[in-house]
Every structure is written in structure tokens, then in C-alpha cells.
Write a protein that binds this ligand. Sequence first.
Ligand code: PNS
Length: 167
Amino acid sequence: MTATNGRVAVCPGSYDPITNGHLDIIERASRVFDLLVIGVVNEPIRKQRTLFSAEERLQFVLQATEKLGNVETEVFDTLLVDFARKRGATALVKGLRAISDFEYEFEMNQLNRKLAPDIETVYLMASPQYSFLRSSGVKEIATFGAAISDLVPPVVAEALQDRLGRS
Ligand code: PNS
């Protein structure tokens, strides 16, 4: 699908790994746009090395979103706005959990706006049950062997236990 036959948005992230909080934003955004493209960044520049490879992160997202008819997923390795242009997107979608997210997102917004004033960023507030949820917290919990099954999709819970669980 391109911008000529529907509203396309890109929902970018590291997805290391995808959580139920990400899925909540993705599902809600998929109801607002005709096509939602999940952009999995190959190597996040501002963060430490990812736990999962880009291919693993992509596969988790694909499995977690397979029931959503208007969602596609792709790994990207460019500026986000260039990826959005390539996919014909007119919007970026981000989730906001708490005020602590605001400063980081505000900075990214200004940079992306400078690079591409024609691409608007739209923010969805996290649902209350996910306002505390971030991938790094889930990884920490998994390291100590505590339950994560209600925080991430089943395929991710299994992979985290395999990769991080202390037996
Ligand atoms: O899930 P994250 O780690 O908060 O996602 C960060 C992401 C992928 C949105 C950001 O790293 C990004 O946009 N990367 C692509 C490079 C880019 O366009 N940088 C300029 C905007 S700050």
C-alpha cells in the first residue's frame, strides 16, 4: 500500500523485544491508519547493543502482530524519516508512557521535524496497565527468573527465558 491509496504511518522502535505495551500502541494505531508499518531499527545508535538480533526482533514482531491485517513489519537501517518516505508514510506513531518519556521524544520530534517537516509525529498515550512497561525492565525481570508471561507475547517470554533465565 502507498500513500496514494490510504494513510500510511510508521511505528518505529528497537523492539528489543516487543512487549504487550508496544502491542497495545500498535493495535490502537492500526485502527487509526490504513496501513501501519512497524519499523524495527537495525542497530539503535543511542542504546547499548541489543539482546536480540534484528532478525530475531523482526520475527517476534511478525508473530505478535500476525492477526492484524493492516500491519507490516520491516527492519530499517537509515534515518527514520527516510524509511518513512520510502514506505509512503505521512506520519510517525510513538507511544508515551510517562512524563519521563517526554524529553527524549520532544528532542526526537524536533530533529525529525527539521529533517522532514512534511511528516507529522502522532503520540498515543500508553494504556494505564502498561504505563510502567519497558523492554529493559522485562529483560531485568527475566534475568532473575520472575514471571513475565503477562508482560510480553508468549514467543518472547520463551525466548527471554532461554536467553536470560538463570537455571
Ligand atoms: O524503541 P526506541 O529505542 O526508543 O526507538 C528509537 C528509534 C528507532 C525511534 C530511533 O533510534 C530512530 O529513529 N532511529 C533511526 C535514526 C534516526 O532517524 N535518528 C534521528 C532521529 S533522533
